[in-house]
Design a protein around this ligand. Structure first.
Ligand code: BJW
Length: 255
């Protein structure tokens, strides 16, 4: 069966990507949508329809109702364990293999890029598979399950929480520096499957514009970035990314 196809990829973009020595790809929840992980703003089904994700992903929400927030993440963590990387994730693994300097900056917390095989991954918003102490911010590998929700930190007795970055919290410093400096020196910058609304991640494209990089957006829907991007490839990343890899590096590069 012929794979689904997206819009044609402009030849000047194909040539620019092929000759690029340095590429940064910023990904968001849309990249995992075709794996069956709901996007951040579409995540509310069943029991959770009455909650806005923006009202659960804050330290204030956790302090107000730690059980509710813990259970929301427990549900999402279980979902992630049942899904697999999709052709979009795999196309980015292929891109990393052929580009000299490559960085995949992700806002996703699901770990699917690493499971697909990507190595140069910079996780800006943490990882839902890790747990840390709310009080002392230390990553905790093991704890006693005595039925308390959320469980307690074995070292200080404080609440445990997912090791993700909530609104109003600082991003991990080393990751943000790495993402910013790569964006400042890349030749092509892709923004894929993100609403381009959440900062500082959404500001990385600005660094790339200032570095005179070609900025390419891949998304089924326009975003605040669309009007400024040099190219907007409209459609699902699971279709467009493999097509792009095929157009630039040939059929044998597509995983
Ligand atoms: C597809 C597809 C397919 C669908 N293929 N695509 C006013 C102005 C500017 C900034 C601010 C402001 N007020 C407050 C702020 C700061 C705030 C912010 O940016 N707010 C905005 C909402 C306005 N930022 C912060 O608070 C950050 N911290 C900070 O600034 O700290 C300052 C500080 C410094 C020092 C000390 C203390 C503080 C932290 C931001 C953390 C964001 N965290 C979250 C939750 C992570 C854990 C979890 O998952 O629960 O990260 S929020 C959420 O948004 C999540 C995502 O990573 C992030 C981005 O969302 P994403 O990935 O774009 O998903 P969606 O759902 O929005 O979009 C999906 C897209 O996919 C859509 O476009 C679809 O069309 C597309 N799509 N199918 C391709 N098949």
């Amino acid at each position: 069966m012929k794979p689904a196809s997206g819009p044609p990829i402009p030849i000047n973009l194909v040539e620019r990507v092929r000759s690029a020595q340095s590429i940064v790809v910023l990904t968001g929840a849309g990249v995992s949508a075709e794996s069956g992980v709901p996007t951040f703003r579409d995540a509310q089904t069943g029991l959770w329809t009455n909650y806005r994700p923006e009202d659960l992903a804050t330290p204030e929400a956790f302090q107000r109702n730690p059980r509710l927030v813990w259970e929301w993440y427990a549900m999402r963590r279980e979902k992630v364990l049942t899904v697999a990387p999709n052709p979009g994730h795999r196309a980015l693994v292929a891109m990393e293999r052929v580009v000299r300097e490559f960085l995949l900056v992700t806002q996703n917390v699901d770990g699917l890029h690493q499971r697909a095989g990507s190595r140069q991954v910079c996780e800006l918003h943490g990882n839902i598979g890790r747990t840390k102490c709310f009080q002392e911010n230390r990553v905790i590998e093991q704890w006693v399950d005595d039925g308390q929700v959320p469980p307690r930190c074995p070292q200080c007795g404080g609440w445990l929480r997912p090791d993700v970055v909530w609104f109003n919290e600082a991003l991990p410093k080393a990751e943000l520096i790495r993402a910013t400096s790569a964006s400042r020196r890349c030749q092509v910058f892709f923004s894929v499957g993100t609403s381009a609304m959440v900062y500082p991640a959404a500001g990385l494209s600005q660094e790339a514009f200032e570095a005179r990089a070609v900025v390419v957006e891949i998304n089924p829907q326009p975003t605040p970035l669309t009007e400024r991007a040099h190219h907007f490839l409209q459609g699902p990343s699971g279709v467009i990314l493999p097509e792009l890899v095929r157009a630039v590096w040939g059929e044998q590069a597509v995983p």
